[in-house]
Design a protein around this ligand. Structure first.
Ligand code: PLP
Length: 505
């Protein structure tokens, strides 16, 4: 069966039906050879089994050839076939926490350092020739253009600014407008703690009691939250609810919520709908504009690979970004525009009048009008480099590969379970939804006990596997499609099998 046939089956919600030789290295390598995105792995610097144990800098960049003068050649390209180089790399299945470094990032940051050193303040308005960067004042907009396919929105609906939690606050400042009757915020029972704190403190900031205004949806015994339960909660609290704020993909279970259905349902009850896309942006195909989402926020260091703590993104639907003038004269007239109230700063101001310094705020139409400060260009250079890799493919193609990679990982884990003695407790179980439409590239695995979890964690580390371990007993495995191979999935499973000692059981 060709790889595209697996994708087609998965896209139509069917099991992929892997053949009987699926659990072999040669099968994994066959899928890799059919993978039209396999060259993208060469765009990344993936830690090696030696480099990831480094305790001090030594001037080397993993996976690159040192130049005679002792510096590393960050643009070195291998030809994409399995090389000696490749076998030295760790299995990097932790891109859901911090994406691997795109080689472009160094190039883009170098360009910025040269620009700044060479022309100083003029960098704000100068488009340097032979630079991958645009003038500093256009950098955020440029990154918004490059993010459009990732979130399914027009560039005008995207703003690159701040960090994720800061943006959640900024968005709630504009979109959470509690009244005596409608004051509740619907969230899930255990969101990422930062989201919980942001919501809790916004409620308290309005002088309300979080205990009365937070509505937390609990999962069923499988750690998942059925869509129907969310819709029922909306029914139950609809009249009193001002805002629903859920993650597109739940960070712990990996559950991908039915965003269009939940959005439409909540909006029909007059509820404002926001999404935290930390684990969804760059991972699944999103259509924020068409789904009529009010606002969304995401970070760029997980699936987008822009580096730790890098600048974040936000979506504001175009209807909330309008700037309207009562008279015909518009921005050149004397009137004041009307626009959605928000927290304001000079950089949200329309470029045509931003530098008038006259204290008459005129927002930039669209999401860009929600900016506060001039953004960090080092940050934007890094993000721009990371997004340039996405520019070589599409979310559609990435998702097509991710569906098969994830299903293959699931299949091999299931097979491992099936070969364990039937009278003993299974060593682990997958809590991420079985339905490919309800998950991204992450599989969350719960071990039978914390001793086993610790033993497996240690063994993975020893064997050059990086993945996310959550105490007491969960690991999250994310074979992200930009730089992971089917061979990596297969090799990972050999290490896991050995670690849970099924072979010896
Ligand atoms: C990663 C993550 C965060 C982190 O927030 P920062 O403000 O970027 O530190 C917040 N919320 C969710 C759901 C996350 O997955």
């Amino acid at each position: 069966m060709e790889m595209s046939a697996f994708t087609d089956r998965l896209r139509s919600g069917k099991a992929p039906e892997f053949p009987s030789d699926a659990n072999t290295l040669s099968f994994a390598q066959k899928l890799d050879s059919q993978d039209s995105l396999r060259h993208l792995r060469d765009e990344f610097l993936i830690p090696t089994k030696t480099s990831f144990k480094k305790k001090a800098l030594d001037g080397t960049i993993p996976g690159t050839v040192p130049l005679p003068n002792g510096t590393a050649n960050g643009t070195h390209q291998s030809n994409g076939s399995p090389t000696a180089d490749d076998s030295e790399k760790v299995i990097y299945f932790v891109g859901n926490s911090l994406g691997a470094q795109p080689k472009a990032v160094r190039r883009y940051i170098d360009a910025q350092l040269e620009t700044w050193a060479s022309i100083g303040v003029n960098g704000h308005f100068t488009d340097m020739g032979d630079s991958p960067l645009v003038a500093w004042q256009d950098m955020a907009e440029d990154c918004a253009v490059k993010s459009a396919d990732l979130v399914g929105a027009s560039p005008h609906e995207i703003v690159i600014m701040n960090t994720l939690t800061a943006n959640l606050h900024m968005m709630m400042a504009s979109f959470y407008k509690p009244t005596e009757k409608r004051h509740k915020v619907i969230l899930e029972w255990k969101p990422f703690p930062s989201d919980h704190y942001a919501i809790e403190s916004q409620i308290a900031w309005h002088g309300l009691d979080p205990a009365k205004s937070m509505v937390k949806i609990e999962p069923d015994e499988n750690c998942l939250i059925p869509t129907q339960k969310i819709l029922d909660t909306i029914d139950e609290h609809g009249d009193e609810t001002a805002l629903i704020l859920l993650p597109g993909i739940q960070y712990y279970s990996g559950q991908y919520f039915d965003m269009p259905r939940i959005t439409a349902y909540a909006k029909a009850k007059g509820i404002v709908v926001g999404w935290d896309l930390a684990h969804a942006a760059g991972n699944v195909e999103l259509r924020l504009h068409d789904w009529d989402v009010d606002f969304a926020c995401w970070c760029t260091y997980k699936y987008i690979n822009a580096g730790p703590g890098s600048i974040a993104g936000a979506f504001v639907h175009e209807r909330h970004g309008r700037v309207e003038w009562a008279d015909d004269a518009g921005i050149d007239g004397t009137g004041r525009p009307s626009y959605r109230p928000r927290l304001m700063g000079w950089y949200g101001g329309d470029k045509r009048v931003r530098f008038n310094m006259d204290n008459k705020f005129v927002p930039t139409p669209g999401a860009a009008g929600y900016q506060l400060s001039n953004p960090s260009i080092i940050d934007l250079a890094s993000l721009s480099g990371a997004l340039s890799v996405f520019g070589k493919t599409s979310m559609h193609d990435l998702r097509s590969k991710a569906l098969v990679l994830t299903a293959y990982a699931e299949y091999l884990m299931d097979e491992m379970q099936a070969s364990s003695p039937s009278d003993s407790e299974p060593p682990f179980r997958i809590i991420t939804p079985r339905d490919p439409a309800q998950r991204g590239t992450q599989l969350s695995v719960v071990f039978a006990n914390s001793e086993l979890h610790d033993a497996v964690s240690a063994s993975l580390e020893e064997n050059g596997v990086m993945c996310d371990k959550r105490k007491p007993n969960v690991i999250r495995v994310a074979p992200v499609p930009l730089y992971s191979r089917f061979e990596d999935v297969w090799r990972f499973m050999q290490i896991l099998r050995e670690a849970v000692r099924l072979d010896k059981a």
